[in-house]
Design a protein around this ligand. Structure first.
Ligand code: HEM
Length: 547
């Protein structure tokens, strides 16, 4: 201690000693700065970086909860649609404009086939049941799982699911009719749509459905699924990018993740056991898990089967309600009434007899105005605003910069979907008619658009395999709802239709629309048509999937 004091004294007493001390302090500071600003991928030359990154956290604090909106603002502020940022120790490339998102995903499809692995989601939550397809890095197992999911969800398979579409969309109307007392009471539509989306994927995966909107298992799956989706978000999980945070005592994130993982494992096991039991009794329904469990030659392992089912269940239960419920909100506003009336007219033009229409509306999506509403709902309400993160497996050459392999790439689908350079000055408005033209005979025709029409389902090698079934589900539900009822927003609890603010939890991976209520008025005034069509629906779907 004494010698240290003497040394310090000598250093201070001589100019040389003073210079040496300053030198070492500077070196130490430089090293500290380098250490706290080091990233997995070094700075990418010739690609703009957003200023203001801090040591350790990088841009995380500036990004706040709503990454899509802040990234869009940076695009406009600094004039670059593609730039690099730092999420703690991870370098990421962000893509904003529609044209650049499309070029990045489609022209570099194979180079962007990977997904990053994140500590909380991959290391803790997925440690027991494997990764969902959407979070799996690209390897043989992921290829097999994606192939199985794409086969189940391709266009040709849809006809096998008609009875399911019929039953599930009938149940929405059956229960809305009951709970609104024929339109007398205002209702919140979200719980009915959640059951619709979840039952569809549960039927596909396990041959199991739940009839009650507030069924305990149904609500548990929805609750746990939503909570887990929060743990996948960039803004909720700083420990994914700042490793030191993982070792804090009483790490609440890890404890919560483990609790949710255990709850999820419990219901996934229960669902699969139920299928095994049904196979034993010979009462199993045609579904993915039964088909694979019975197939001795299947190349898929038990964990992979579980992962496929989990991917399909979690792929649809928030995205479909997010899109469909918000779309109903837009249609219910005073401005949306005009779209609703034109959609209804177009339904009646294509299907003068509603009874006949209800028996097969899900077979062909042939009402142009309704198709335009579905497309616009997908574009306007970009429920997965930053899409799902990608990772490069090869160098990507981008305007003179080389984005090296293993770089995280973030697609700002919300920004691309509202890009005025692509969609014109009306991009910030909900308007289904942007996808339509009026023919000489004053009938609506869909305007052909190059694919992808919008970015909500992604594009390229890892685009959403559920896009076809999702559009069909949204179309079928809207067809039935709009053909029977005029929907009006509640004056006391109206919908929020701002394409950013409609989302109650900005940090969630998939938007959760703010709650609102609507009043349903039967289109035929008396409600007789509703009763008749529902009675027919009950008869037609009565025997399907009854336990
Ligand atoms: C409105 C409804 C939906 C939206 C907006 C949506 C959106 C997305 C997006 C943005 C991606 C990432 C795409 C990319 O990286 O380019 C994705 C992937 C995926 N989606 Fe969907 N999705 C919807 C419905 C569904 C449904 C109903 C299912 C299953 C039944 C599903 C299953 C999947 C799967 C398995 C992936 C992962 C694909 C992969 O990583 O290879 N999605 N979805």
């Amino acid at each position: 201690m004494e010698s240290l004091t003497i040394l310090r004294q000598r250093v201070q007493d001589t100019p040389f000693g003073y210079a040496v001390a300053v030198f070492f302090i500077v070196i130490a500071l430089v090293l500290l700065y380098k250490l706290t600003t080091r990233t997995d991928i070094p700075y990418i030359k010739n690609l703009p970086e957003i200023p203001g990154a801090l040591p350790i956290v990088g841009h995380l604090l500036q990004l706040g909860d709503d990454h899509a909106t802040v990234c869009e603002k940076w695009w406009r502020q600094y004039g670059h649609s593609v730039y690099q940022i730092r999420l703690g120790n991870t370098r990421a490339v962000v893509v904003n404009s529609f044209a650049d998102c499309k070029k990045m995903l489609v022209s570099n499809s194979q180079a962007l086939i990977d997904r990053p692995t994140l500590y909380t989601f991959h290391g803790v939550i997925s440690s027991t049941k494997g990764f969902t397809i959407g979070s799996s890095p690209w390897d043989d197992s992921c290829r097999n799982k994606r192939k199985a999911a794409s086969t189940t969800l391709n266009k040709a398979m849809m006809k096998n699911y008609y009875p399911m579409f019929d039953l599930e969309s009938y149940c929405i109307l059956r229960d809305l009719h009951r709970d609104s007392q024929g339109g007398d009471l205002e209702v919140s539509v979200r719980p009915y749509i959640q059951r619709y989306a979840l039952n569809t994927t549960l039927t596909l995966c396990y041959g199991i459905r739940m009839d009650e909107v507030y069924d305990t298992l149904l609500r548990e799956i929805l609750h746990v699924g939503s909570a887990i989706s929060l743990l996948r978000s960039h803004s909720e999980n700083y420990q994914d990018y700042i490793p030191a945070l993982r070792y804090l005592p009483n790490n609440e994130k890890n404890a919560r993740s483990k609790e949710l993982r255990d709850r999820r494992d419990k219901y996934l096991d229960a669902l699969l056991n139920k299928v095994r039991e049904m196979i034993k009794k010979g009462t199993d329904k045609p579904c993915i898990s039964a088909a694979i469990l019975k197939d001795q030659e299947s190349r898929l392992t038990g964990v992979e089967v579980g992962s496929i089912c989990l991917s399909l269940v979690s792929g649809g239960f928030e995205t479909i309600p997010g899109t469909l419920v918000s779309c109903i909100g837009s249609l219910a506003t005073p401005a949306g009434q005009a779209f609703q009336d034109r959609a209804y007219e177009d339904i009646r033009r294509c299907y003068p007899d509603l009874r006949e229409a209800w028996a097969k509306d899900f077979e062909k999506e042939d009402v142009p105005y309704l198709n335009a509403v579905v497309k616009e709902a997908g574009r306007y309400y970009t429920v997965s605003s930053m899409s799902l993160p990608r990772k490069t497996v090869a160098d990507v050459v981008w305007n003179g910069a080389v984005i090296p392999k293993k770089t995280m790439v973030l697609i700002n689908a919300q920004a691309g979907n509202h890009d005025v350079d692509h969609f014109g000055p009306s991009a910030p408005q909900f308007n289904p008619e942007r996808w339509l033209s009026l023919s000489e005979k004053s009938t609506w025709t869909e305007t052909p658009t190059p694919s992808p029409a919008h970015l909500s389902f992604g594009a390229g090698s890892r685009s959403c395999p559920g896009a076809i079934i999702a559009s069909k589900l949204i179309y079928s539900a809207l067809f039935r709802l709009l053909s029977l009822y005029r929907i009006e927003a509640s004056p006391d609890a109206p919908p929020n239709t701002d394409y950013v603010d409609y989302n109650e939890i900005k940090s969630a991976l998939v938007a959760i629309p703010r709650d609102f209520r609507v009043k349903l008025t039967p289109r035929d005034g008396s409600g007789d048509m509703t009763m008749e069509v529902l009675a027919q629906g009950k008869e037609r779907t009565g025997g399907f999937y009854k336990e």
